[in-house]
Write a protein that binds this ligand. Sequence first.
Ligand code: PMP
Ligand code: GLN
Length: 381
Amino acid sequence: LNRRLDGFGTTIFAEMSALAVKTGAINLGQGFPDTDGPEVVREAAVRALRDGRGNQYPPGPGVPELRTAVAEHQQRFYRLAFDPDTEVLVTAGATEAIAATMLALLEPGDEVIAFEPYYDSYAATIAMAGAHRVPLTLRAPDFRPDLDTLRDAITDRTRLLLLNSPHNPTGMVLTRDELTAIAELAVERDLIVVTDEVYEHLVFDGEHIPLISLPGMRDRTVSISSSGKTFSFTGWKVGWITAAGPLIAAIRTAKQFLTYVSAGPFQYAIAEALRLPDSYFTDFRASLAAKREILSDGLIAAGFEVYRPQGTYFITTDVAKLGEQDALAFCRSLPERCGVVAVPNSVFYDDREAGRSQVRFAFCKRTDVVEEAIRRLSQLR
Ligand code: PMP
Ligand code: GLN
C-alpha cells in the first residue's frame, strides 16, 4: 500500500458488518436498510435489463433519462435549474462522486477543510489526491459548527470546503443562518464548496437547504447526492453531481478514468424513482421519523446518552454513562455481550479525544428489529 493510503486499512463499516455476519448480531452499524426500495422501481430495473436499455456502455455523463430526472428533481424540491447536458453527472454512488471531485479539483499540498466526525471516504480521497485535510471538530451535545474557527482555518492553501448536511454520523442539519455565513466566507475567500447531501430527504427537524441555492454559490458549489439512501437501494450505487458546467467538466475528466461510465440499467430505474410522487418522499421520511423516536427512547432507557439527530437515519450516543471509555473497544465487544452491532464515531475524528466514547446506531431497520435491538441493549447495565 502506498504512503498516501497508509493507515486507511479496512473501513469500519466493512469491519462491523463482517462482525454482524459472523456473530449473527443485529446490525445497527453500517447504514443500509433491511427493506428494499419500491417495487415499481425494481420492476423498472428489470424492464430496462429485459428491453436492453443500458446493457452496453451507457454515455459517460449518465443516460439522458436520469440526467433529466435529476434536473427535474432539483427544480421540484428546491426551485433550482440545471442543464441536464452540461450540469449533471451520474456517478457510481456518492462515493465515486466524492473521489472524482477530489481527484479533479485538488493539487498536491492543497488544504481541504471538513468538519469532523467526517465520513470516512473524505479523509481517504483527500489523501489519494495528495492534499491535506483540515478537520474542524463538531462537539457534543449539539454538534453545531463554530464559524469563527472556520474563518480562522482558511489559509492561502485552502482549496475546498467539504460539507455534509444532514451530517453523518451526528444527524446535525445546517441552518439557513449557518449556510449563509459559510457562503459568505466562500465568496470572500474564493473557495469551492463540495456538499454531500445524500440524506437530503431525511430531515425531521428544520429543512434541507442546498448551499448552491444561496447568493454567490451557484458557480462554486459541487452538490453530491445519491439514490442509495433516498430510495433504499444502497447496492445499486447510483449517485450524481449537480454543479456549474466547468466544474462538471473537470470532475467528468476524473470520472472517465475511475469507472469510465456507471452501470446502465439501474440508471433508468432511478430516473423513474426520482419522479415518484411527493407522497413517496413524505411517507419515507415519516416512517424513519417514527423509528428515530423508538430508538432514541429505547437508548435513553437503556442508559445511553443520546444526541437527538435532526436528520439522517443515525443516532449518535455517548457510552461513558455506561462506564465505557473507548467506543471502538465497546463496538468490538458489543455483539458478544448482547448481540448488537454499532459503529464507533471515534474513528471519524482526528481529535480522538472528542469522539472517544461516541457510538452510532442506525435506525433504517424494521420496527421489530429496532425493538429487539433495544431489548438486547437494555441488558448491558
Ligand atoms: N456520503 C455520506 C455522508 C454517506 O453516509 C454515504 C453512505 N451512503 C455516502 C456518501 C456514500 O454514498 P453511496 O452509497 O451512494 O456511494
Ligand atoms: N454510508 C454508510 C454509513 O455511514 C455506509 C457506507 C459504506 O459502508 N461505505 O454507514
